[in-house]
Every structure is written in C-alpha cells, then in structure tokens.
Ligand binder design. Sequence first.
Ligand SMILES: NC(=O)c1ccc[n+]([C@@H]2O[C@H](COP(=O)([O-])OP(=O)(O)OC[C@H]3O[C@@H](n4cnc5c(N)ncnc54)[C@H](OP(=O)(O)O)[C@@H]3O)[C@@H](O)[C@H]2O)c1
Length: 333
Amino acid sequence: MTGETYRALVASEESNGLVAPSVKELNISSLPANEVLIQVKYSSLNYKDALSATGNRGITRRYPHTPGIDACGTVVYSAHPEFHKGDQVVVCGYDLGMNTPGGFGQFINVPGSWVMPLPEGLSFRESMMLGTAGFTAGLAIDRMLHNGQAPENGPVLVTGAGGGLGSLAINILSGMGFQVIAATGKTADAGYFRSLGAAEVIAREEVTDQSGKLLLRPRWAGVVDTVGGEILSSVIKSCKPHGNVAVCGNALSYELHTSVYPFILNGINLLGIESATWPMIRRRQVWDKLATDWKPQMLNEISKEISLDELPHYIGLILKSNIRGRVFVNMET
Ligand SMILES: NC(=O)c1ccc[n+]([C@@H]2O[C@H](COP(=O)([O-])OP(=O)(O)OC[C@H]3O[C@@H](n4cnc5c(N)ncnc54)[C@H](OP(=O)(O)O)[C@@H]3O)[C@@H](O)[C@H]2O)c1
C-alpha cells in the first residue's frame, strides 16, 4: 500500500511558531513501521487531543503530528498472531495520538499489544461514542465497586458533569441503580442531566468550599471527579465515611490541597484513575461491561457525529469548554 495516500488532521508548526491543525493528504508509507495497520472508521475527540492539536509539548513532543487517542476500524495488515486482515478492532490510549500518529488519520499502524477486538455488543460508532472518556468512566466505576461502592451507601457525585466523561459516568451510574448528583457549570442544561438519570443537578460553586474547614457535612458516598483543584479538595471533605473519590481529570486544575483528616478520620479512598496504560486484560473486562450491563442507555443523545473536516472547529470548542457530552468523528467523510 506504499503509494497510497490517506487524509488526516495534521497539527503543524506555523511561521509564527504556533501549532495549528488542518486536514492534509499523507502517504501510508509515512506511518512508522509497526505490527498492525488499521483502516480507521471512527475516532473521537477528547480534551487531550485538543491539547495535542494545538502544540501542548507535555503531550506531543514533535510536530507535524496527527493527534487522536481513540480509533476503531478494520485490520488491513497484521504481523501480530492475534489479529488478521479484516478483523474489527479498537485502539484507545497507550501512545496513540500522543507521539504516535493517531486516530485523526484514516490509517494507523500500531503494536499489537495496543489493539483489542471490537467488544461484542458494540458497533464501531458506539465504541467511539464511548472512546477513552467512556472507558475512563467505566474504569472509575469499576474501581469504586471494588472498594465497596453500592447504591445503598448513598448518592454519587459527578463533577464536570457536562463533559464527555461526566455525562457518560452519570448515565452508567444511574443505569446501575445509583442516585447521581451532577455538579456542573451548565445548570441551564438541567433537563439534559436529568435525561441522563441525574436525580439532582447543582452548580459547581455549590460544591466548592469557602469555609476552609478540614471536614464538612457528609453529602455523598462517592465521587467521580473530572476537574481537580479546589472542587476536588472540597468534595473529599464532604464525602461520607469509607466513601470513594475517583480522581479522573484536571479540567479545572492539576492541584490538590487537602489534609490527612478525610483519610484518617473518615477512611476516604482516593482512587487514581489512569486509562492510557491500564493492563489489556483488565481493560477488556471493563469494555465488556460497557458493551453489556453498563451500556449507557443515552449514548446517542450524549454523542454528536462530525466529519474530519469539522474537527478543527470542534477542537476550538472543546478547549473553551463549549461542548456538551461527546464528539466522535466519522473518518470516512
Ligand atoms: N485519567 C484518565 O485516564 C483520563 C481519561 C480521559 C479524560 N481525562 C481527563 O478528564 C477530564 C474530563 O475529560 P472529558 O473528556 O470529559 O473533557 P470535556 O468533555 O472537555 O469536559 C470537561 C468538563 O469539565 C468541566 N470544566 C471545564 N472547565 C472547568 C473549570 N474551569 N472549572 C470547573 N469545571 C470545569 C466542564 O463541565 P461542565 O460542562 O459540567 O461545567 C467541562 O464540560 C479532562 O481533564 C481529561 O483530561 C482523564
């Protein structure tokens, strides 16, 4: 396939030194040599992709570069014993789209250890409606369940509720019988959060402690936090004894100021959620649950399909927190 070309969103350094994304034609032979060549059908847009597409060197060291931490599609060539031409597969995380050309290209070439079969029960489209955001929500919930989270313990708070991870976490948790509280900057969209299954919708300011107290009135039995910073430090203080706080993201801040009291007096479990390198065997277990019992009922309502040509516009929107739910990309349009 060496002479063949494909379309990709390429982030390149411009004459002013800034990095900006645009759609370009590339040769398949320009992909790094690897074990599994995949024709990408769908990808998805995550916050990290937007950072990579606009020159964040903490994520992507060298440009030009094709971002996209998620991809699904069909195997074109495989030198890996588990995969064969024609197999339907998914790749999420590892180094895809970071410093390896990612899912915003119509072809990717990756190590077999990053590839998993498309989970039974999911279509290609659904796998990317979920993508890394859905997998991370599933992983957080899985870790919380292993630490004793149960609906009868009390409600679960989801922060950054309007984002992809937050929206999916609400819908999965409510489907499992949890009472869910959504904390958001988009309280005007209360109807949306209720349609996902949130029992209560509160402004993000309502969860942010101004008192400086070391412990607060217990309000929730668990938290899926996607924002970090003072919201995370506040929700830890308001968690019921032996509750779980899953630390997923830093949409507000990477900082966390806290004391030992929530942990030594209330037994709070702080669970670090890292999706990119989660071991494949356990990764597949979470994906299998997402494809069956935990499948979000409102996946279509949470997700918006766009074309490759529309991606630069949506990258701008996600950076301004101007997107609700998930955006996934049809790579054939
Ligand atoms: N740990 C992992 O492996 C992993 C995997 C995937 C994502 N993440 C991280 O998780 C976070 C959420 O990901 P996502 O895909 O859901 O992103 P997203 O779709 O961009 O959503 C982020 C949400 O965060 C909230 N937010 C944004 N700016 C805020 C601010 N200044 N203060 C408070 N809240 C703010 C907004 O929620 P409202 O709309 O409700 O106001 C926004 O919708 C990101 O930091 C991402 O990097 C981590």
